[in-house]
Structure formats: structure tokens, C-alpha cells
Design a protein around this ligand. Sequence first.
Ligand code: FAD
Ligand code: UDP
Length: 372
Amino acid sequence: MSKYDYLVVGAGLFGAVFAHEAALHQKRVKVIEKRDHVAGNIYTKEIAGIQVHQYGAHIFHTSDKQIWDYVQQFATFNRYTNSPMANYQGKMYNLPFNMNTFSELWGVRTPAEAQRKIESQRASLNLVGTPRNLEEQAISLVGTDIYEKLIKGYTEKQWGQRAKDLPAFIIRRLPVRYTFDNNYFNDTYQGIPIGGYTQIVEKMLANDLIDVETGVDFFDHKTEYLREYPKVIFSGMIDQYFDYQLGELAYRSLRFETEELPVANYQGNAVVNYTDAATPFTRIIEHKHFEFGKGAADRTIITREYPQAWQRGDEPYYPVNNVENNALYKAYAALAKHEQNVIFGGRLGQYRYFDMHQVIHAALVVARRELD
Ligand code: FAD
Ligand code: UDP
């Protein structure tokens, strides 16, 4: 038998929070990670004094004070407020959808004018009951102009499916506001950790009771691990764990193209979305704008984000939570109940569109249940 109490599979946020809490309870933990670094998708790396978000822009936001206080142990956060811009065929619009956007689109000046405009466009939908898909949901929230210019192209590139075939909940993540407020999130707390996200996971794992090994894939020695460790915390893909025996869950992948440019300021904002259908990428991130005034004065680093179909072996960035996949996930979750010594968690283990604060919450719930 192993000298450890737990094997944690995956050194992302879920695995790191669990390992940290377990060590605080005097448990010995082994963490294995198949990538060559810890931190999972929140991994940031310093290049030219700039913290580069290696797996897409990550903005921490939550309304849960306990979660906000919890992460403050591991980093100091700045007061970054996410206010992405949209570029539609060369014209710039503010996001999320708010009075600035409505004014840029239609020249309206008051909330009443904007509401009348949206109401008249919504009428074309002839909607009976609740919206059945993302297209209906979007038009019913913001009308046809915004749907055509700022939602349809972006969404269909992002997900590789028609907006008509996607679940409505995806678009409900975005606020719609009748105020001149470009804050992308409604949450009470928001910011970027000064010095990047990787330090958060490194500090969580910095305990003598935790051993971390990177470049190790659980599936290379699954049988031995399950035999030797009293308990496994698994934050990889749940369908892969069960050898896809009930079928494959769908994921969406991404390709990141990062470039260092000899200019001080490329796009004037951390995030610019390209919302037309013809541009192959969804957004350009300019990393230095996440940390005001940091990094090289004469250089900048940008990343273009290209959505990709997912196949086995690719990085599964997003679960595709439509009705079919959710039902399949439920069937896997039922199998998981019989794996008495394995706990499944995180974005891949629970097959859920989790943000960072939700992953921390989920890991703390598991830790409390398991350790208290
Ligand atoms: P992961 O970070 O995926 O960690 C799982 C780890 O397990 C990975 O490192 C993986 O390599 C490892 N692993 C998998 N299988 C195995 C195996 N067989 N053996 C060993 N190791 C294995 N959240 C926000 O709050 N704000 C944002 O702005 C935001 N933006 C995002 C942008 C993008 C493009 C993406 C993809 C996500 C974004 N998120 C954001 C979500 C955030 O990334 C997740 O909530 C968080 O990283 C999930 O942590 P996790 O530990 O569940 O998963
Ligand atoms: N979305 C859009 N236009 C935009 C930004 C977002 O239509 O300019 C839609 C798109 O369907 C996306 C969803 O809103 O999948 C959620 O956006 P969010 O920014 O939360 O996506 P994520 O950061 O998770 O990729």
C-alpha cells in the first residue's frame, strides 16, 4: 500500500484546493499531473515581464465573500474590471450589452428608447413560452440587431454549431443592462492576481505533506493507482476514466496563437472579441492590460483564440452541456457512485461549465465532506 492517504489526479484548481485542504488535515497527498506544469487551465507564465494567460483569458470574479477571502491567501488581486470590446466588421462596440452598446448601434440616448427598440425587434420572434434555444434566448433578450452582429457569428464559431441548436443558458451568462456600465460581470468581487495565477496553485501545493509529479498520466498506471492508494480524487475526464464505455461526451477545444509584437499597446484593451463569422478566431487577448503598467514598455504579447473541434487526445477546454451530453454525463455519474474510493471533481470530472470560483467552492465542499 502507498504511504499516501490520497492520490489527486490533475494539478488544476480543483485538485490543488483539495490537496491543500487535505494537507491542512495532516493527510499525505500525492498529486500527479499529465502536463509539464501545475495550475491546469489557469496557468500563467511570465514573458517579457508580462503574465501570459497560456490557456485563455482568466478573470476571477465571485459574489461569495468566503471564496474571495479564501483566494486572498494565495495572491494579492488588482482591481481589474473586465470590459471587453467587440469588433464587428471593423466597427467597435462595448460589451456586455448595455446602454453604451445600444447607443453605438442605434444612437439611442435613454433606457426607454433602448427598451422600445429591443421590444420592437423581439416581437419578430413571435415567441410562445420560454426560449428553446440560444437564438431565441438572445433575440428575446436583446433583439435581432445585436443577435446578428454581436452574438450569432461569435457563438457559432465558438461552439461549431448553429445557435438554434445550442442551449439557451450559455447566453444567459452575459448581463444585459440599461445603464452605461461596461463591467462584464455582475459579481461583487473581481480582479486579477498580481504576478499571475500559477503562484496560487504553487502556494496551495507548497506543503511538506504534498508531493507533486508532473508529466504523469493516470491512465498509464490506472490499475496500480487504484490498488495502491486508499482514495483517489480525479479531476480528469469522467468518460475517459470509464474507458468511454457508455459513449463519448462532447468537448470543444481551442488553439492559441501567441505573438510578441514590438509595439507598446496593440489594441488598447485586454480583450477584443471578433464577432463576425468570417474572422476565424473569436478573440484577441493583449495580456499586459490585465496588470496595469506592468511589463516591457516597448513590447506587447497578444494571443488569438481559435475554437476547434475536439477529438480524443486534444485538450478538452469546454464541456458541451446540451441535453444529450448532460444525460450521458448522468449515466457516467451513476457509474461513478459505484467507484467507492474515487471522487470525481472539477470541470472535466463533473462535466460542467465551471468558473474558477465555482471550482474552488466545489473542491471545498468535497474537502469538508471528506476530511471533517
Ligand atoms: P483544469 O484546470 O482543466 O485541471 C485539470 C487538470 O487535470 C489539468 O491540468 C489536466 O492536465 C489534468 N489531467 C487531466 N487528465 C489527467 C490524467 N489522466 N492524468 C493526469 N492529469 C490529468 N473561469 C473564470 O472564473 N474566469 C474566466 O475568465 C475564465 N476564463 C476561461 C477561459 C477559457 C478559455 C477556459 C477554457 C476556461 C476559463 N475559465 C474561467 C474556467 C477555468 O479555467 C476553470 O474553472 C478551472 O481551470 C477549472 O479547474 P479544474 O481543476 O477543474 O480543471
Ligand atoms: N457571446 C457572444 N458574443 C460575445 C461574447 C459572448 O455571443 O461577444 C456568447 C457566446 O455564445 C459565448 C457566451 O456568450 O459562448 C458566453 O460568453 P463568455 O464570455 O462567458 O464565454 P467564455 O469566456 O466562457 O468563453
